[in-house]
Design a protein around this ligand. Structure first.
Ligand SMILES: N[C@@H](CCC[C@H](N)C(=O)O)C(=O)O
Length: 274
């Protein structure tokens, strides 16, 4: 079964994008993991599928899968890549993406960067989710992280260096996080600039994590460490994040950055584990 795909990335956070708008593909967690494998498959941080939208005003329904086969409610960089793809296919500079985490309006900027409105962060312990009732601004873990949901669960540690990165896997699986969590390590350089590395749930350390950047800025603002507009420097490049204070988008988190297409191809799904 020959299926065409796009290979795109946002700051080196890379995606295989499969189009299911003309019919569902036989994708299982095992097949997704096989396709995402770096040596035996196409290789990606997330596999993304496009289906016809059913939410009013949305152009496409987007789903995100980690290389371990698990599904994520949100993926910021993949959302920006899909917005860019829809723009290329339709000329629409303001595509709207339906995701499990909500309907996300996007915008292709005049300079080619792509902005996605990631919606309003959820800060209640049940929404992250956390295992028991607690203050999401101070989790009872060594290093005093804060938690937030951007449609997927994040914990942010504020650090002086990145020596804790190797603890990412153990922290992802900490019993505090019943659905596991993406673990960010943020070094605050100035109130307008932070350096961030993220161990992603189901994927490991990636070159960039868009939802992780949004969560890090939200948590840093809550701690009084940065301004609501902040540049986040990831291994793969820069994201501009704004947690909007007032106006019609008040409370929403906007993320702007570059996207790129690496290549397009076809793959025979039948040759991958079902
Ligand atoms: N790369 C992402 C996040 C992908 C999903 C994440 N690993 C999860 O399981 O929640 C991004 O750019 O946001």
């Amino acid at each position: 079964m020959q299926t065409s795909f796009f290979k795109m990335h946002g700051l080196g956070n890379d995606f295989v994008i499969l189009d299911e708008r003309a019919g569902h593909l036989p994708l299982t967690p095992a097949r997704i993991a096989a396709l995402a494998h770096r040596r035996r498959g196409i290789g990606c941080d997330q596999l993304v599928t496009l289906r016809p939208a059913c939410a009013e005003g949305a152009d496409v329904f987007v789903r995100f899968f980690n290389p371990d086969g698990s599904e994520a409610g949100a993926c910021g960089n993949a959302s920006r890549c899909v917005a860019e793809l829809i723009f290329r296919q339709t000329g629409n500079r303001r595509p709207v993406l339906q995701t499990r985490a909500g309907t996300l309006p996007a915008r292709i900027e005049a300079d080619g960067l792509v902005t996605v409105d990631m919606g309003v962060p959820r800060l209640e312990w049940q929404a992250v989710p956390l295992a028991v009732e607690m203050d999401t601004l101070h989790l009872p873990l060594e290093g005093d992280p804060a938690a937030a949901s951007m449609g997927n669960p994040h914990a942010t540690f504020f650090v002086k260096d990145f020596s804790m990165l190797s603890h990412g896997h153990a922290l992802e699986h900490d019993p505090l996080f019943p659905e596991r969590a993406n673990i960010g390590f943020a070094r605050i350089d100035t109130p307008e600039h932070m350096r961030l590395k993220v161990h992603e749930r189901g994927a490991g350390v990636t070159e960039a994590c868009g939802s992780g950047a949004c969560a890090a800025v939200v948590n840093a603002v809550r701690r009084g460490l940065v301004q609501r507009r902040c540049t986040v420097e990831l291994d793969g490049g820069l994201l501009q994040i704004e947690w909007v204070e007032s106006g019609p988008q008040a409370g929403h988190v906007l993320m702007t950055g570059a996207t790129a297409t690496a290549f397009e191809g076809t793959v025979d799904l039948a040759t991958y584990a079902s």
